[in-house]
Structure formats: structure tokens, C-alpha cells
Design a binder for this molecule. Structure first.
Ligand SMILES: C[S@@+](CC[C@H](N)C(=O)[O-])C[C@H]1O[C@@H](n2cnc3c(N)ncnc32)[C@H](O)[C@@H]1O
Length: 467
């Protein structure tokens, strides 16, 4: 981009459509201009922030005409908190845009023939659908321009979410529409208690402060797990906080805490202390029970996870005599969900605790045809592993956003199972992997599922069959 363009204001651009990662697209002088936090159909003035020779990025500084597809955002934190970027777009259109993202990514990256992408399966709940939220304590609360300009004194401690692109600034959340159950009450009560008792909120620059994170997990069976992560080890204050939560919220089924003195707040390598109740919660699906530990992955929209798993099971079309590999199995939810319809199911996942949960889940549900193994997929799925186990008739794979390691894709090509059901939360990496699998597989069905209303994220299930 020429220097002249930086900070230049482009007037009256019409926002045309939504591209990947939720960015909106307009054109100026034949070049693409990416703009965030607007809607297709808006007419806006855009201040250019940065750009390359073929595109520019900018911020909308004035809206001349609002798109007819806009709706009023329901959350008072909308626009500041990065959580629900699409609250201003009506839900039917959100679903169309998500489906279109899948179409675009597959056309651009997959480089194999694809059938028409099916209409997205919408989420029954478009609010309060998440079963897990992670709030951060900070002594560096984000204040809006109006708050600063008002000259008023504001409390600087906050408990809420990170501001996009500002790791050290936290928006103080007063109500979050993403999680129901006890979530809002627990967060607000704990903040109030901490302020009343002058407990310190974490300082991300100095790396000190007692209260660091609050993680809340809920289930459709009304169980609640609350995890408080402390950044300093003061046993009396820790007990004071945990006693308060236990006394005020006796219905918490799993009350846990972690003392994390590391630089980062991830806790996969930290000891978890149980203060009250069990060290897991139980989710239910079709009469099966799934135990979920504090370190284990579980799909964040429980009700919609059921719809997703039904699609995967339908695509696998099991007759009862198949060996199924469930790759990236987490707590073995898909493996256990389909076990009754298969001869044998083998689940692989690298979080050891999740694999322990997967085994317990199988046992407690009386499933005897599942086996689970912990390890990195590229190191687990080897010739030796296949020699020691039956070869798969169906592979279900559900990798993280980064997609599958190339060695894993090559192994899938070598295994040449008749069917692969590929579930992904990132259609771009899924399309990249499918481009490689295209050597032996054809794409039969593409079914997007909406797991995350009010955001641009899309889950996608693809059925691949051996050519
Ligand atoms: C999108 S989740 C899928 C979980 C599961 N299929 C479900 O529906 O609950 C991806 C899982 O892959 C695991 N994972 C990530 N990278 C891995 C790797 N390199 N090897 C094995 N498992 C991995 C994560 O721990 C996580 O449980």
C-alpha cells in the first residue's frame, strides 16, 4: 500500500459480502477493502489502517446507511467484548453467511469436485448455548472513550473477557448471553465478594495478584463446575474465596481450584484441587452419560453437539460389523455415541486425562467394544499401531482448528478406509486436508452445522468415500 493511503478516509463504500473470519468486503479502485463490525448492505466511510498491494484493511468511522439485514444487538457489551461479533446480523443471514464461508473455502482451497453444500443446520438456542466460559480477573479494566471523557472515577478491577487484540485489557462483564445456569450469578457474586474484601485482581504486566481466572462449565442436566485459578499462593485467602462460593452456591456440583504461578494461564499441566463435590460433571446424550473433567474437551454447545454427532453417525451408516477409528476423540464422546452400532471403536487423543475419562465413560455406559489410546496422532497412527489393531472400515476425524498433520493425512491415504467422516471447526484447514485426500477420496456430502450463533465460526461435516 502506498504511504499516501494510510489513514486516508474512503467515503461511501458499500459493504458487499462477508469473507472468511467474519471480515466484510467492499471495493475501492478495483481493490478489496476488508472492514470489520459492519454488515453487508451498509454504506460506510472507512479509515484505512493497513494494506498490501492487492488489498486494504480499515475501520468504519461513519455509517451513512444501515443494512436492512441488521438487527438490534441484545448485549450491552456488544462492540467492545469480542465474544459475539455478529449480534447485529439476523440469525437467518448468519446461517447463510456461514454456509457461504464453507462454499468459498472449498472452492478456493479443496481443489476437488464438491457437491452442493447442504443448508446449514441451525442451533435451536441462539443465546445461552455455551457450556463453558473462561473469565479473566484483571486490575486493568477496559474503559470506553465515553467513560474516560466523563471524568468520573471508575473501579479499575474487572472480571470478564479480553478485549480483542489487547491481552492486558479486560471488559468487566455484567451479563453474558452465552452461558445460562448459574454463570452470571457466580461471576458477579465473586467479583463483588473480592472487591468487598479487597482481594487482589491479577496484574498481567507485573504477573501478580491473587485472583486470576474463573472457569464455569455447565451441562444440560443442570450440573455446574466452577474452577477458580489463583495467581498467588495465600492459603487463608484461597479458603476464604472457596468457602464463600461453597456457601453461596451449594448447588455447584464440582467446585475446584488451581494455584497457577506460571507466566501463562493454561492449566493442562497444573494440579487441580477439589474443594467441594466431585472433580467432574456429567453430561447426558441418548441415555448415555459422559463424565467431563476440568482439563477435558467437550463440544461447547451441548444440544447442538447432539445434532452434530447424529450427522456423523448418519454419514458413517454403520451396519454393526465395522471397525471405526475415532481420531481426536477428546473424552470419547463420538466413539461411545456410535459404539452400539459398530463392531469395534478405537479412539485416539493426546490429552491423557481425556482418555481416562473416555475409558470410564465407556465402562459406566456398559460399552465393551471401545478402546482408547493417548498420544499425539502423528506418533500414534503408525504401521505398528495398525498391525496391532484391526484396520478401519470407517474413520471419523475431528481435529482442532489447525487441521490434521500431514503425516496423519498420509496415513489415512495409506489406510484407504472405505469411508472418512471429517468434522471440522475450520473449513479452511479442512479443505486443505481434503485437497490431499482427494488423491484417493471423493467428496460425497458437505453438511455445515451451526455450533456458535452470533459468531462467524462454523462447524462442517464432510463424507468422503474411497474412489
Ligand atoms: C475438536 S476436538 C474434538 C473432540 C471430540 N471429537 C468431541 O467431539 O468431543 C479436538 C481434540 O483433538 C485433541 N488434539 C489436538 N491435537 C492433537 C494431536 N496432535 N494428537 C491427538 N489429539 C489432539 C484435542 O485435545 C481435542 O480433544
Amino acid at each position: 500500500m502506498s504511504r499516501k493511503m494510510k489513514n486516508k478516509v474512503l467515503k461511501n463504500l458499500t459493504i458487499e459480502r462477508i469473507a472468511s473470519e467474519g471480515k466484510c468486503i467492499a471495493h475501492y479502485d478495483g481493490k478489496v477493502v476488508f472492514v470489520q463490525n459492519v454488515a453487508p448492505g451498509d454504506v460506510v466511510d472507512v479509515r484505512i489502517r493497513r494494506g498490501k498491494s492487492s488489498f486494504m484493511e480499515g475501520d468504519a468511522i461513519h455509517i451513512h446507511e444501515y443494512s436492512k439485514d441488521r438487527v438490534a444487538p441484545f448485549c450491552s457489551h456488544f462492540g467492545v467484548c469480542g465474544g459475539c461479533k455478529w449480534q447485529h446480523i439476523n440469525y437467518d443471514l448468519q446461517m447463510n453467511y456461514k454456509r457461504q464461508q464453507v462454499v468459498d473455502q472449498f472452492q478456493r482451497i479443496a481443489k476437488v469436485p464438491i457437491p452442493e453444500v447442504l443448508p446449514i443446520i441451525g442451533s435451536g438456542d441462539t443465546q445461552y448455548y455455551r457450556n463453558k466460559l473462561d473469565f479473566t480477573f484483571s486490575n486493568n479494566r477496559w474503559l470506553t472513550r465515553e467513560q474516560i471523557d466523563s471524568g468520573e472515577e471508575f473501579e479499575r478491577n474487572a472480571l470478564g473477557f479480553h478485549i480483542p487484540k489487547r491481552f492486558d485489557k479486560i471488559v468487566d462483564v455484567d451479563h453474558c448471553y452465552l452461558q445460562g445456569g448459574l454463570s452470571n450469578e457466580v461471576r458477579n457474586a465473586l467479583r463483588e465478594f473480592a472487591l468487598e474484601n479487597s482481594l487482589t485482581f491479577f496484574d498481567m504486566i507485573k504477573q501478580n495478584g491473587l485472583l486470576r481466572n474463573l472457569i464455569i462449565r455447565t451441562t444440560t442436566t443442570d450440573e455446574t463446575m466452577v474452577i477458580v485459578q489463583f495467581g498467588e499462593n495465600h492459603p487463608e485467602q484461597i479458603e476464604q474465596v472457596m468457602d464463600f462460593l461453597a456457601g453461596r452456591f451449594p448447588s455447584i456440583t464440582s467446585l475446584l481450584y488451581i494455584i497457577n504461578l506460571k507466566k501463562n494461564e493454561t492449566f493442562h499441566d497444573q494440579e487441580i484441587h477439589t474443594f467441594m463435590g466431585r472433580d467432574y460433571i456429567i453430561e447426558e446424550m441418548e441415555g448415555l452419560q459422559f463424565r467431563i473433567g476440568p482439563k477435558s474437551f467437550y463440544q461447547t454447545n451441548s444440544k447442538q453437539a447432539y445434532e452434530l454427532y447424529k450427522v456423523a453417525r448418519e454419514f458413517a451408516s454403520l451396519q454393526g460389523n465395522e471397525v471405526v477409528y475415532d481420531l481426536y476423540t477428546g473424552t470419547g464422546t463420538i466413539a461411545n455415541f456410535i459404539a452400539k452400532k459398530a463392531k469395534q471403536v478405537i479412539g485416539i487423543e493426546y490429552v491423557e486425562e481425556a482418555i481416562e475419562d473416555a475409558k470410564l465413560n465407556a465402562k459406566e455406559n456398559g460399552l465393551e467394544n471401545t478402546q482408547f489410546y493417548a498420544g499425539d496422532m502423528k506418533d500414534m497412527l503408525t504401521d505398528e499401531f495398525i498391525a496391532d489393531h484391526a484396520a478401519p472400515d470407517v474413520i471419523i476425524t475431528d481435529p482442532p482448528r489447525a487441521g490434521m498433520h500431514e503425516d496423519v493425512v498420509n496415513m489415512l491415504l495409506k489406510l484407504a478406509a472405505p469411508k472418512i467422516v471429517y468434522i471440522s471447526c475450520n473449513p479452511a484447514t479442512q479443505a486443505r486436508d481434503i485437497a490431499l485426500l482427494g488423491e484417493k477420496y471423493s467428496v460425497d456430502i458437505v453438511q455445515p452445522v451451526d455450533m456458535f450463533p452470533q459468531t462467524y465460526h462454523v462447524e462442517n461435516v464432510v463424507l468422503l468415500t474411497l474412489k
